[in-house]
Design a binder for this molecule. Structure first.
Ligand SMILES: [Zn+2]
Length: 686
């Protein structure tokens, strides 16, 4: 029998600064690499479990922390590819490997000998002389094993492993179905009449999208947020808006092979069964166990407090839009495909500027510079572009992040443009997380290798990439996550960077968004792409004044999604998920002119993988924190106050999960926040 060939480039990252040499890796290399890495990890786990010496933190927990190096290397490269540049071969392997990984981790989580060692350490934790970080690392491992069923009888362990494996496959299929629906639908336009109302930047983006689909000279409406949202905003053609809106919101609900409704029903039922096996009343209780919010009641109370205010505001906004529609002599109500269009008209009228006036001032290149400049002012780091180093795709830029003494702190990659091989949305992830443990090869610690993926419309040849203000916020948001990974300064990988509780993880990212609209930053970086002139004070003033415009709509879109997510994971499962969705929306009095930000059949946060199930609320929870945290700067009247920034870095951006998030926040701010600053920021305070 011949061993399948292992491509060493997957494991030996011998590119500059220890980067993988991405161009040396082919799709067919992943499968044998996974097989090798899984076997290597199993051997390491066995050695730890069967160690004849009595368990110590070092021979058990530290050993577990550094085990699986090959597996994390191949995984990080593979999942990056699956998310940002997939193809049929990768999707096929993704479906194959998801359940294998699930089985692998179930087996480790149910390894009796290993759990016995960890349990012994946990029972004796007070006498082991552990640091706070070590205690938290031990707790993560112990709780992880308990949630893998380590304390359950054999029969139930087996069932739990089956459930996890099935859930993992369902999540993969859910995500692939949404991607397929996004990829398969586009609307080709060519007549001037069909393009009525669309500003140049939308036309340009649509022209590039058409060209990418082999239709040069035409214009394509696609379901990428960076095209569909401006199309719905600016298109004068109500019939086309309706058609596009319906396609956008039907993702995952189209009958046929990409229909996600059955997948959701099965997922929810299995999650409920899993929670009950582990002794929780419902899945939300299991998921919230390790968060700041702690229980479903607390989450729902926050959401409902905001919902009531947001809904009333949205109904007022709807009445304003209806008035505008009537004034234009039109004879129709406010439908979901009308909202963005007329809201933009109303905003242009009320604040006397249009989104499309802003865009020439928001050059991608300059906003990236602004992102780095803010990091310099707050955290004393700079970015050095390395055009000579290849990223994982030709569109990817590679940067060294250095401190002001020129010491390398991290590597950063930015992957900003939409492509049809990339899933929608924006995210941060890591090829390598920061830690300080000695590795097998004797090297101590690793610098973080972090990347951001976005979906901004790629400009036509020779044109500059221009962003909307929302795009620019997204860029800052993801870079905030990136900083959380890059400024991490902990010993153990398990608590590195963004490995914090879910409702805390959006704090560094959402907080970072605040600096985009700090006047000093806009003045320096919001420069017109043709004239180089800064955004006029007056326009800037209007932008800031308009920040809470349409807050009812935005908050209703978000909060309804969060409430539906909570309902799926607190109510008894069974029945049609679309019926449950409709029930929840009826109960809360969802305005008929607005749909959920993510409708259930494409609610990837919740159903494609487990990341944000019973956790979509986290964005708002973190917003309570970020609004209050930014107040800490504004109270000093200096958005870059050095002392506040130092406390922020020391207590939030660099500690990862090494201390309790409540304690971290209090150390930064002196107290926990109330939702008031968040409601004020949204313009929803009484
Ligand atoms: Zn985020």
């Amino acid at each position: 029998m011949t061993e399948p060939a292992i491509n060493p480039a997957i494991f030996n990252w011998d590119g500059p600064h220890g980067l993988p040499r991405f161009t040396a890796i082919r799709d067919e290399d992943f499968k044998p690499a996974f097989e090798f890495a899984l076997a290597a990890h199993n051997a390491e786990i066995d050695a730890i479990a069967q160690n004849p010496d009595a368990p110590t933190f070092a021979n058990t927990i530290t050993a577990l922390e550094i085990a699986g190096d090959e597996l994390s290397r191949v995984s990080s490269i593979f999942w990056n590819k699956a998310g940002s540049d997939t193809n049929e071969a990768i999707q096929h392997l993704e479906r194959e490997i998801s359940p294998v990984m699930s089985r692998h981790y179930s087996k480790i989580g149910q390894n009796e000998q290993l759990f016995k060692r960890i349990d012994t350490l946990w029972e004796n934790r007070d006498s082991l002389g552990l640091t706070l970080e070590e205690t938290r690392v031990l707790e993560r491992h112990w709780k992880g094993f308990v949630k893998s069923g380590a304390k359950l009888p054999k029969e139930q362990q087996k069932r739990l492993a089956e459930i996890n494996e099935k859930l993992s496959s369902l999540g993969t299929n859910f995500g692939q179905n949404v991607l397929a629906d996004e990829k398969n639908w586009f609307l080709l336009l060519s007549d001037e009449d069909e393009l009525s109302g669309l500003p140049d930047f939308v036309r340009d983006a649509m022209a590039s999208a058409a060209e990418a689909r082999g239709e040069k000279g035409k214009y394509a409406v696609t379901l990428s947020r960076s095209i569909i949202e401006p199309f719905l905003t600016f298109s004068d053609r109500r019939d086309l808006r309706e058609q596009a809106f319906n396609a956008w919101t039907a993702r995952g609900e189209n009958p046929g092979p990409t229909d996600n409704r059955e997948i959701i029903a099965e997922t929810v039922a299995l999650r409920d069964e899993k929670a009950k096996l582990l002794g929780y009343p419902h899945y939300a209780a299991l998921k919230l166990d390790n968060t700041m919010a702690k229980d479903a009641g607390t989450v729902n109370a926050l959401l409902m407090k905001v919902w009531e205010k947001a809904r009333l505001r949205a109904l007022e906004e709807e009445a304003d839009l209806a008035r505008l529609i009537a004034e234009e002599g039109r004879n129709h109500g406010v439908q979901p495909w009308d909202w963005r269009h007329f809201a933009e008209k109303l905003r242009a009228r009320t604040f006397n500027f249009s989104e499309s006036e802003l865009k020439p001032y928001l050059q991608l290149e300059k906003i990236i510079e602004a992102c780095f400049a803010v990091a310099g002012k707050l955290f004393s780091v700079k970015a050095v572009r390395r055009t000579d180093i290849a990223g994982y795709h030709p569109d990817v830029r590679v940067y060294e992040i250095r401190d002001f003494d020129d010491k390398l702190v991290a590597l950063f990659m930015g992957d900003y443009f939409a492509r049809s091989s990339k899933r929608s949305g924006a995210w941060m992830s890591a090829f390598q997380s920061q830690h300080k443990l000695p590795l097998k090869n004797g090297i101590k610690g690793e610098i973080p290798i972090i990347y951001n993926v976005c979906n901004f419309a790629k400009p036509a040849e020779g044109k500059p990439a221009l962003l909307s203000i929302d795009d620019a916020r997204t860029l800052f948001h993801e870079f905030g996550h990136a900083l959380h990974g890059m400024l991490s300064d902990v010993t153990y990988p398990t608590v590195s960077g963004t490995s914090v509780s879910r409702d805390f993880v959006e704090l560094p990212s959402q907080l970072y968004e605040h600096w985009l609209t700090v006047p000093a930053i806009l003045k320096e970086y919001a420069l017109h792409y043709e004239t180089g002139a800064p955004m006029p004070e007056e326009l800037l003033g209007k932008v800031l004044a308009a920040r809470t415009f349409n807050a009812g709509f935005n908050t209703v879109e978000f909060t309804s999604s969060a409430l539906v997510d909570m309902a799926f994971h607190t109510r008894p499962p069974g029945g049609d998920p679309m019926v449950l969705t409709a029930d929840v929306l009826a109960e809360i009095g969802m305005p008929s002119s607005i749909v959920m930000r993510h409708r259930t059949p494409h609610f990837s946060h919740v159903f494609s993988g487990d990341g944000y199930s019973a956790g979509y609320y986290s964005y708002m929870w973190s917003e309570v924190l970020d609004a209050d945290a930014f107040e800490a700067f504004m109270e000093t009247s200096n958005p870059f106050n050095a002392e506040t920034a130092k406390r922020l870095k020391e207590n939030i951006y660099s500690v990862g999960g090494s201390i309790d998030p409540e304690d971290a926040y209090k150390a930064f701010r002196g107290k926990l926040p109330s939702p008031d600053a968040m409601l004020k920021k949204k313009g929803l305070a009484a």
